[in-house]
Design a binder for this molecule. Sequence first.
Ligand SMILES: Cc1cc2nc3c(=O)[nH]c(=O)nc-3n(C[C@H](O)[C@H](O)[C@H](O)COP(=O)(O)OP(=O)(O)OC[C@H]3O[C@@H](n4cnc5c(N)ncnc54)[C@H](O)[C@@H]3O)c2cc1C
Length: 196
Amino acid sequence: MKVQLINNPTLEFVDSAVGACWGKGGYGADTDKGKERIERVCNKFRHASMLRFASYIFQVELSTSALLEWTRHQHADYAVKSTRYCTKQNPDDITVELSKNDLVNTMLTRHIEEIIELIKANPSLANDDLKLLLPQGFIYEMQVQFNAQSLQNFLALRTAKSAHYHIRDLAYEVFKQLPESHKYLFEDSLYSEELV
Ligand SMILES: Cc1cc2nc3c(=O)[nH]c(=O)nc-3n(C[C@H](O)[C@H](O)[C@H](O)COP(=O)(O)OP(=O)(O)OC[C@H]3O[C@@H](n4cnc5c(N)ncnc54)[C@H](O)[C@@H]3O)c2cc1C
């Protein structure tokens, strides 16, 4: 599991968008006055569409299980490394995210070793056939982009106790990767025991 923020997000255009609605212009996204207005308008008054003017791009390594869940979030943009093109490229790079159960992990590890052996012994096998052998623990790489509004929704759903532990760990890592000066916008989206 790996998450890395790879762009340099700014709240400058959220600030100017909020200001535009009242004909007041930007206050400056890094100023106390600007931050307070963004928090009040977007979070408190739920004029959250203004948050779409900030975008966050992450490089992520995640299990197939987590990828299936993550890509249900339609308000995000995805570039996922294709198993149709890449499965047999570097067989030794085929890896899995383990479960919390030793028995399952033993089977997962054995299965991956068998796939790697199969590829090495049969170089002419097609990726389109091989990819069907990959388990839900198989690790994908992807680049994903959220705007701040869709990221709030992702964090709210995927840091919840009800989320699978793979995507839950990823969601907390996404939050950790955010610039410190942006975290105030997302803190209320994180799962809180007190809300349940
Ligand atoms: C704990 C958990 C269990 C789940 N279990 C299952 C399951 O068993 N089976 C399954 O199929 N899925 C399951 N899901 C996936 C879930 O149904 C959503 O598809 C996924 O969480 C994406 O959420 P979203 O629609 O809010 O996100 P996004 O697609 O990013 O949408 C963001 C927001 O946009 C709005 N929106 C998006 N599309 C529409 C629309 N068509 N109409 C109106 N408003 C829209 C909604 O307000 C939505 O919250 C589960 C999710 C969670 C968190």
